[in-house]
Write a protein that binds this ligand. Structure first.
Ligand SMILES: [Zn+2]
Ligand SMILES: [Zn+2]
Length: 319
């Protein structure tokens, strides 16, 4: 066990880390296990502990013994294959890890498609400074159910399902009580998160997935699964405010700024909900796609200030 051999250095490093409020990845230059434990510690231990004593911290650390004893391949019974980033280089490589057995509220499914969100690219390269490696990205995951727990009611074996950006939350705060788990301070992300049992969460760039049914959505029969996948992040990101703020209605005129991964889905939702849609882009070459392919009503080049000035007061909302 790597931890035993390095315990002294390890605790010294962690105490140093806490005293100086350094990020764990600055300190991660030993073994994979060491890096993994540091990541877990950093997540669980508050970043500011003035006067933290080494003894207190080492006792706390001792409780993580079971975590440190196991590799990602061993910590759960179900072998899983995926593609992981192991450093910020941007490259993914084959990665064998493990997932938990199907709990009574869990849905297990074979992953058939997984969207590539730009957040995945940011995370792979640690561009937000919060990445822990090895990391299996992917939070636009769809597949076919292979097993359900005894208390699962939403889906059955054979159903097509999806999992988006989150797989857990506290279920006791005001946000959770109002079906707004995405605002829960203890939200658990689909990957690069820490699950209830203390293990790292791994995403959909893998051959199978297991999640609590609360975070699983059923994909309607007949819906193409490759098209369904991006709805689980890009789609909900734009659909939610359209509905929440009542933007998608006949008679409303929506300006959608940017025709990228989210923007093009926003155009399709807004049109489907009956709104008039104008796409605003810096790229004149997006015009044909906006009008002819996606069905927008008009197109503006945002660099043309005169054009924008004339039309800006006619919008219900900018998006
Ligand atoms: Zn995303
Ligand atoms: Zn909560």
């Amino acid at each position: 066990m790597q931890y035993s051999n390095k315990k002294s250095n390890f605790i010294d490093s962690l105490c140093f880390l806490v005293r100086n409020e350094l990020r764990c990845d600055v300190m991660c230059h030993h073994t994979k296990s060491f890096k993994r434990v540091l990541s877990i510690c950093y997540y669980h231990y508050p970043s500011k502990h003035p006067g933290t004593e080494a003894l207190t911290f080492s006792l706390w650390l001792t409780n993580l013994g079971s975590e440190m004893a196991k590799s990602p391949e061993e910590e759960h019974p179900v072998k899983t294959f995926g593609w992981a980033a192991t450093d910020p280089s941007g490259h993914l490589s084959p990665f064998t890890f493990s997932r938990r057995v199907t709990g009574e509220e869990d849905v297990r499914f074979k992953v058939l498609y997984c969207g590539i969100c730009h957040s995945d690219l940011h995370s792979i390269k640690n561009e937000w400074g919060s990445s822990n490696y090895p990391m299996v990205p992917g939070h636009e995951i769809v597949g076919e159910v292979t097993e359900v727990g005894s208390k699962v009611e939403k889906v059955k074996v054979g159903d097509k399902v999806g999992v988006g950006c989150m797989v857990g939350a506290c279920h006791s705060c005001d946000s959770c009580a109002n079906d707004l788990e995405n605002y829960c301070p203890k939200l658990i992300l689909t990957y690069n998160g820490i699950y209830y049992d203390g293990t790292i969460t791994y995403g959909g760039y893998s051959d199978s997935m297991v999640a609590n049914e609360r975070y699983v959505v059923r994909i309607p029969d007949g819906m193409p699964l490759d098209s369904a996948a991006p709805l689980l992040c890009a789609g909900i990101t734009v659909y939610s405010p359209l509905k929440y703020f009542g933007l998608g209605e006949p008679g409303k005129h929506i300006g959608i700024v940017g025709l990228g991964g989210l923007g093009h889905v926003a155009v399709k939702f807004a049109k489907a909900l009956g709104s008039k849609v104008t796409v605003i882009s810096t790229s004149p070459n997006k015009k044909a796609e906006a009008l002819e392919h996606l069905g927008a009503d008009s197109f503006l080049v945002s660099r043309d200030q005169d054009e924008l000035q004339v039309i800006v007061c006619t919008y219900s909302y900018f998006y």
